[in-house]
Design a binder for this molecule. Sequence first.
Ligand code: GDP
Ligand code: MG
Length: 441
Amino acid sequence: MFVDKAKIFVKGGDGGNGIVSYRREKYVPNGGPAGGDGGKGGDVIFRVDEGLRTLMDFRYQRHFKGQRGERGKVKTMHGANAEDMIVRIPPGTVIIDDESDSIIADMTQHGSEIIVAKGGRGGRGNCRFASASNPAPDFAENGEEGEERWITLELKVMADVGLVGFPSVGKSTLLSVVSAAQPKIGAYHFTTLTPNLGVVDVGDGRSFVMADLPGLIEGAHEGVGLGHDFLRHVERTRIILHVLDMSGSEGRDPFDDWKKINQELELYNSILAERPQIIVANKMDMPEAEEQLELFREQLEAEDEVKHEIVPMSSLTKKGVQELLYKAADLLETVPDTRLIEEVKDVAERKVYKLEKEEDRSFKVGKENEGFYVESPFIEKFMKRVNLNNSYDAIMRFARTMRQMGVDAELRKIGAKDGDIVRIGEYTFEFFEGSDFYYHE
Ligand SMILES: Nc1nc2c(ncn2[C@@H]2O[C@H](COP(=O)(O)OP(=O)(O)O)[C@@H](O)[C@H]2O)c(=O)[nH]1
Ligand SMILES: [Mg+2]
């Protein structure tokens, strides 16, 4: 089976910043804090859509970023939450977290959803930090950053469209022209049991999977029994493109070929004879082709076999190829897909990864140059949220958190004293040992 893959980046929207603002009312000289909270950033959500068959869309768009939440507003008003970003995926898509190489989800049901990157919380406005000891706080929180991750999407695909026809009629060439697949042109495939599959972009938002099914006659011919192995693949395709060499080169008779292949299909499984079929009149660039096509049409009529659409085309000049793709996509829409998603699965075993990560509050302290350093993703994230540059209150809150985490104690253990320099990320601070002033509520 063929695996369609896409590697993409997802990021939830950042939360909106909380703001600092004060009430201003007539006759009230110093109103209380009134800066509102920021809105939540938009989540990036994957939703299964049974109308999709391939991961084709992800070849064009690889980055999905949720919108930012709105800033907080005056008069303690909330900024609006950003709308979530909905990304459609085909049923059967397995979502893998790249960093841990584990499965986040295995999406099968139409309409089911999963949040792959959460939007950040909005920052709190200064009205939320008012307390008896600090009735007019001069700081607000920045919005939290949205979650981000690289993920790989994997989809096991079955062919929607099967190419059948005698050797050398141009099946492999057609597949190579309409997809990225690179089957061997002009080669018989006695030895390979796997059909070549390619994802075909119709160009109007639709896509489907096409299989080159060599061996139908080649194998049967040789008596090696490969023919029927390939027929099993045809059995699972939803429509058949019956490719004919309309140039009648190499002594071929298109009508005769057509009947023989149909017989072969019918012998294997009579259902196949009923499968929707498009007759692909290939090699129309050749001199004799027009005449042959006329003859072919007459022969069909004479035997009352006018059941299928005929599309004249040439893989060489590409004339008629686009029309064939539209017709195939149209026909597919009329054929319900009854194949089970379960059939398509059987993904390699991987451990299942939990989307909810525990907040990691671990940190590391050490000595460097003349001072000390603290390393901690949690603290660095915290510093991004709290704007330390312009607010005394914010620094106090920051220091309190550090003490709660035990950072101060650890620094003291390795010798930090009053006035020593402590670097955290890009910031440097002065260490005040046990200062009430610093940790005052
Ligand atoms: N003139 C012409 N030659 C073609 C066309 N399509 C395929 N061929 C040639 O026909 C030969 C057999 O093609 P291939 O795709 O391997 O046929 P397959 O055996 O059905 O897979 C190759 O030499 C191709 O270059 C076409 O539209 N016009
Ligand atoms: Mg071939």
